[in-house]
Structures are given as C-alpha cells and as structure tokens.
Design a protein around this ligand. Structure first.
Ligand SMILES: [Zn+2]
Ligand SMILES: [Zn+2]
Length: 348
C-alpha cells in the first residue's frame, strides 16, 4: 500500500499534476455538480479564487446555469457591485434562481421595478414557483404602482399556477382568496379544502426535513430544526394538528430583504413611513404608503398577503393583538384576528 501512495505524492508535486491532465469538460461537469449542491455562496466562490483555471471554468455558462438557490443566499450587508455582477452572469447563463433572486432585489431593494419584474417574469415563464407567487403578491397589492394597478384576477391566476407546482404559500393564499371571494368567485368549501391541503403539504415537508436531519428521532421529539434567526421553533399551524415540529427555513431572498430594510440601506424608507410585512419570514416592504393590509383589531401590524397574515397570526400575533388598541381608520379592507382552527376563516 505504501508504494502507490508514495508514487501519488511524487506525481502531485510534479509541475504537471493530475489536475492539469483533466479535460476542461470533465472539470466543468464536476464544478456544475458543486455549484448545484453548494450549501453557501462561499462554498462556490472559494472555488473561483483557487486558481486561474478554476476561475475560468467556474464561470463557465454551464456551471453558472446550474448554481443552486443557496449560492445566492447572500447577506444584505455583503451586497456590492461585484456581487451584482456575479448575479448578472448567472442570469445571462439562464439560471432561474438568479433571475428570481435578482428580480426580487431589483424590484424591492434597488427600486428598479421594470427590470425586477422582467427578471421574475423570466423565471415564472419557466415555471419557477417562487417567482410566480411573488408576482401574484405584486399583482394583489399593485406594488410599484398605485392602488388602481391592483389586478386581483391576475394574482389569483398566478397563485393557482404556483400552487399547482406545490408552492405552499401560494396554495394557502389561493385558499383564502376562495374563502373570501377575493379576486375569484367565492367558494368557501373549496377554499377550506385548499387550506387543509396546504397544511398537509407543510406537514409532509417538515416530516421530510426532520427525518432527513435526524433519521433516528421520531416526530414526538422533533424540535430539532430551528427557524434560522427566529426564536419560534414550533410550527404554529401544525401545532393545531397536535404536532410539535419546526417550521421550514425561510427563503434566502426573504432574509436578504428583511436585513436590507431593517438594518441596511433600506432602513431610510422604513423610517419615512413605509412598512415591512409583519410576517417574520416575508421581508416584503410597501412600495407606497398604506399598501399593505392592516390588522383591523390593533392596527399595529401590516401584511402583504392573506397567507402572511394567517401565518403570523398563528405564529405570534394572536399573543400580541389587543382589541383595545383600535385605531379607527381601516385601510384596504383591514385584517382581523381570532379563532384557532386550521382552514377556518379565523384571519380575515
Ligand atoms: Zn408578507
Ligand atoms: Zn392585531
């Protein structure tokens, strides 16, 4: 066994090592696998700074097109022209995750609405469920325009497409729309059915996450996942079914937006009176004053969507909402609390 190892060592210290002998195609193939499975941006970016050859091949169109969502999970404080350029390279390579993420950042954070919408639409046309859902939220609120730019029917249609692709928030939103007759003909029983289905899908998602994280544990002991940067470790919706499991990790771009508007460059707008969606895992800001729905009971919190409102109600707001704090004025139809049953119209 010793001889081959010695031989190997000798070869790798030679001027022309094994790596040099590998064909570019093979290196690109390996890098594509790496970029699609990287668990953080640095895991991929570090490869690019290793040597000139890896830098050249790492920026190959095929490698960039395969980059997974976690390659784009950057922090708001790390946003720079350099990062923007990297995103653009990935967009040009046809990467849908890059299209969606940069679309959201441009639309909400950089206020380049047209370009942001066009990038999200590019991803949506290729059936990117998150892009479809985000476009739906924009249509429901008339974001980037005036109140008259709201297109509820378009929002419902986009939600329907995203929910067919298994997007749980879109399914929940669609359920609430049907229950309330919002942008679609009211159908309470179908709405309730979709809300129950959304919760069943969420349960399946969490069970998969928990069992893959810790195969030896059962659900009864499964507060094993934590919602990153959030104290709430138990999924409030599933707790209604008697399960004590963690909620899924929030999408990177949603954290990016929350950081951008709470502690980053977007803080100025929040100080100026625009508000963030109160659901901790959303991060969407208002694009004009009084754009979001407000809790009609306390008037203190605002939401970009019915889905966010329902989740936040069960997650924390039902503990905080106080009817005595009524402000009087009601915008956008308002919001409300009360009730605990899943699939119920407890948050209107
Ligand atoms: Zn929201
Ligand atoms: Zn409230």
């Amino acid at each position: 066994m010793k001889r081959p190892l010695k031989h190997l060592h000798k070869r790798t210290t030679d001027k022309h090592d094994f790596f040099d002998a590998l064909f570019d195609d093979l290196v690109v193939f390996i890098l594509s696998k790496l970029s699609s499975t990287a668990s953080s941006p640095s895991q991929f970016i570090n490869i690019l700074s290793t040597c000139k050859r890896l830098n050249r091949l790492g920026l190959h169109r095929l490698v960039l097109s395969k980059a997974g969502p976690k390659v784009f999970s950057i922090k708001a404080k790390n946003w720079s022209e350099h990062v923007h350029r990297f995103f653009k390279l990935c967009v040009n390579a046809g990467n849908l995750n890059a299209c969606y993420t940069l679309g959201m950042i441009r639309f909400y954070c950089l206020k380049n609405r047209a370009s942001g919408l066009s990038l999200m639409a590019k991803a949506a046309m290729k059936s990117h469920a998150q892009a479809l859902y985000s476009l739906a939220v924009i249509q429901f609120n008339g974001s980037g325009g005036t109140k008259r730019d709201k297109d509820l029917r378009a929002g419902v249609a986009l939600c329907a497409r995203a929910s067919l692709l298994g997007h749980i928030d879109a399914l929940r939103e669609l359920g609430h729309c049907l229950q309330d007759g919002y942008g679609v003909k009211q159908n309470v029983s179908e709405g309730r059915r979709l809300l129950v289905k959304a919760n069943a899908l969420e349960l399946a998602f969490v069970i998969r996450a928990v069992t893959s994280a810790s195969p030896s544990r059962s659900l009864s002991t499964s507060s094993v996942l934590t919602w990153r940067a959030v104290d709430y470790t138990v999924c409030p919706l599933l707790s209604d079914y008697g399960y004590n499991v963690a909620v899924p990790v929030v999408q990177p771009v949603n954290w990016f937006m929350r950081e951008w508007f709470e502690t980053g460059p977007g803080r100025v707008e929040m100080v100026a009176g625009l508000r963030l969606c109160a659901h901790i895992g959303c991060g969407r800001p208002e694009t004009r004053a009084h754009e979001f729905r407000r809790c009609s009971v306390c008037g203190k919190v605002n939401y970009c969507s019915r889905g966010c409102q329902a989740l936040d109600w069960k997650l924390r707001h039902k503990m905080e909402c106080s009817p005595e704090e009524v402000v009087g004025e009601d915008n956008n139809g308002g919001a409300g609390g009360g009730g605990v049953d899943l699939g119920n119209d407890d948050v209107v």
